[in-house]
Design a protein around this ligand. Structure first.
Ligand code: SF4
Length: 250
């Protein structure tokens, strides 16, 4: 059996992120249940109640997420959409925050689970921040449209690269899939969904010419809103992942 991709080493075999999404879903999902490791509130976004979910379809070298990303079979417990909703809201009430999110892994894995959580959130006045790498939204033309049902969400699509080569080098996924997050942005642009684009364009990771290509591509697909450019922070997991993949930036 083909090995399940973990964190990248210097000579890694690029993978198909859609296949990895399916493989990961088999580990972190069971019907509408999805694995989470914890629920807590943090100060980002001015205070937000967070469910830390397990599993992703990329293997970014700069990723800060704990080892549940690479070893999803070893971490987390299964929660129903109702349990996730209750944990998010109960913590939000305790800390008096007005925003909710699913973070850690990629929230669009087990799409039905996400939709059920969002339907419950829709009955409240909370703002739900949906952070996504855009791979599955770009691969499934109906996903962006389906999100229109939820007026109280704000989507943040995070770009990892501006070229196929950069995408493969930093996410481990085959370069031919680098268009998918841009496709997600193109789909979202045709909907009423609130969203903005972020990018890991830290100059230590993304060369200037690639950043320029990324911006040109965004303009070409009609995105002219705010671009949130991220800087890579030295979390312990990030440092190990970067070193193992041969990126010695810290
Ligand atoms: S940075 Fe985001 S998209 Fe990349 S591996 Fe980590 S969780 Fe997945």
């Amino acid at each position: 059996m083909e090995e399940y991709p973990r964190y990248l080493r210097e000579k890694f075999e690029p993978f198909d992120p859609l296949e990895l999404a399916l493989k990961t879903e088999r580990i972190v999902s069971f019907d509408s249940l999805r694995k989470y490791t914890s629920f807590y509130c943090v100060g980002v976004y001015g205070g937000i109640s967070t469910g830390y979910t397990v599993g992703c379809c990329l293997r970014c070298v700069f990723c800060w997420v704990d080892w549940s990303r690479d070893f999803p079979e070893k971490y987390g417990q299964f929660y129903s959409p109702q349990e996730v909703f209750e944990n998010l809201v109960n913590n939000a009430k305790k800390k008096r925050v007005k925003k909710l999110r699913i973070s850690g892994g990629e929230p669009t894995l087990n799409w039905n689970h996400l939709l059920e959580v969002l339907r419950l959130v829709k009955t409240t006045n909370y703002l739900f921040i949906l952070e996504s790498n855009g791979i599955l939204i770009g691969a499934n033309s109906s996903y962006a449209k389906a999100l229109e049902e939820f007026p109280n969400i704000h989507l943040r699509i995070s770009l990892k690269a501006g070229t196929p080569e950069g995408f493969e080098k930093r996410t481990g996924a085959k370069g031919e899939f680098y268009e998918l997050p841009f496709q997600a942005i193109a789909y979202l642009s045709k909907t009423k969904v609130n969203f903005h684009v972020a990018s890991m364009s830290d100059p230590r990771l993304m060369p200037d010419f690639e950043r320029q290509k990324m911006i040109e591509k965004l303009v070409k697909i009609g995105y002219r809103r705010y671009l949130e450019e991220e800087i890579c922070d030295p979390y312990d997991t990030t440092k190990v992942r970067l070193n193992e993949a041969g990126w010695h930036i810290f």
